[in-house]
Design a protein around this ligand. Structure first.
Ligand code: NCD
Length: 329
């Protein structure tokens, strides 16, 4: 596995399955009364957040703390970044503090790549979402959640398997979505067949070269989906009108109960959060047992523990079976 996690394309199928299997083992820790492991004792993880976040920031913080790492939370607001300090100067401060891993969320696409390749820091860089580019740990937690649900439905274990032949539909603001970019890449690496659905105005130039199908209409795709992932319309990244009205968008691309009923019985509804209830998803669908949004958040902690553990090379706890890449065993 590479030293940094910048893009979903950094991961081979074996890397991805190893992370998911490790996360599956580490998830058992969440069921214990004491949720902490000594694995990363003495290591320092810095959460460097230049953009607002709820789930991702606290998820990385919980993951690092459960592995006993020291965690430094740095948000641009209230720091010297608001006084104009550059990424380079911030990085050099982190290096001086001995950061073993830097988890970075940044409004500019490419900032984590810059940090990883600049030589400013020695630790691992983990992309927690950069601009409209990538969000690889979100893709991993989505795959983790989906694999678990599908395995549970088949009455089996989630470990070892990939998503071969599973059909995942990603709906909405694909243009501005780093979740979609990383999701399409990782899910196809894991063998899934992905379809993106959006109005033409919310599809990026070059989408025809992505490893997925592209559709403009949601209804025909629903009966063929094992999972339907709804995306938020990212108004904060829009500088023009991309659709006539919110009502019109919800009518054509929103998931409501009658639409959900067109999905196969086993199919799940996913959402990375934050949800805009009434826009891309109705409250009824968001609160239904078929919606995995809360499981995705819980799985996020296990997946980020696995990523930190594998990148930082901690000692695997003795009382848990160590995951291997050998899935034939
Ligand atoms: C996403 C993000 O920030 O890219 N959310 C998340 O990480 N849970 C999606 C979004 O903001 O809509």
């Amino acid at each position: 596995m590479k030293r940094h996690l910048i893009s979903a394309t950094d991961l081979t199928r074996d890397d991805a399955v190893l992370i998911l299997d490790t996360a599956e083992e580490l998830a058992r820790v969440a069921d214990r009364p004491i949720k902490k492991l000594p694995t990363l004792r003495g290591r320092t993880v810095v959460n460097l957040f230049f953009e607002d976040s709820t789930r991702t920031r606290i998820s990385f913080e919980a993951a690092a703390k459960r592995l006993s790492a020291d965690v430094i939370n740095f948000s641009a607001r209230g720091s010297s970044v608001s006084k104009g300090e550059s990424l380079k100067d911030t990085a050099m401060t982190l290096e001086a503090m001995g950061a073993d891993a830097v988890v970075i969320r940044h409004h500019d696409s490419g900032a984590p790549h810059r940090l990883a390749t600049s030589g400013w820091i020695r630790g691992s860089v983990i992309n927690a979402g950069d601009g409209t580019h990538e969000h690889p740990t979100q893709a991993l937690l989505d795959a983790f959640t989906l694999r678990r649900r599908l395995a549970a439905e088949a009455g089996g274990e989630a470990t070892g398997g990939d998503l071969s032949g599973r059909r995942v539909t990603i709906v909405g603001d694909i243009l501005h979505s780093r979740v979609a970019r990383s999701g399409v890449r990782l899910l196809t690496t894991l063998g899934a067949e992905v379809t993106v659905v959006a109005p033409p105005t919310l599809l990026p130039i070059g989408v025809e070269r992505w490893p997925c199908e592209v559709e403009y209409h949601l209804d025909p795709v629903l009966p063929k989906s094992d999972a339907v992932m709804m995306l938020r319309v990212q108004r904060e990244r829009m500088n023009a009108a991309y659709f006539p009205t919110e009502r019109e968008y919800a009518r054509r691309y929103g998931l409501d109960a009658p639409r959900m009923a067109r999905m196969p019985d086993h199919a799940v509804v996913m959402h990375p959060g934050p949800m805009n209830r009434g826009m891309e998803i109705t409250a009824e669908v968001a609160d239904s047992p078929r919606c995995t949004a809360v499981e995705q958040v819980a799985g996020g902690v296990s997946v980020r523990m696995a990523v930190l553990y594998l990148l930082l090379g901690g000692a695997f706890p003795e009382d848990l079976p160590a995951p291997t890449t050998d899935h034939t065993a």
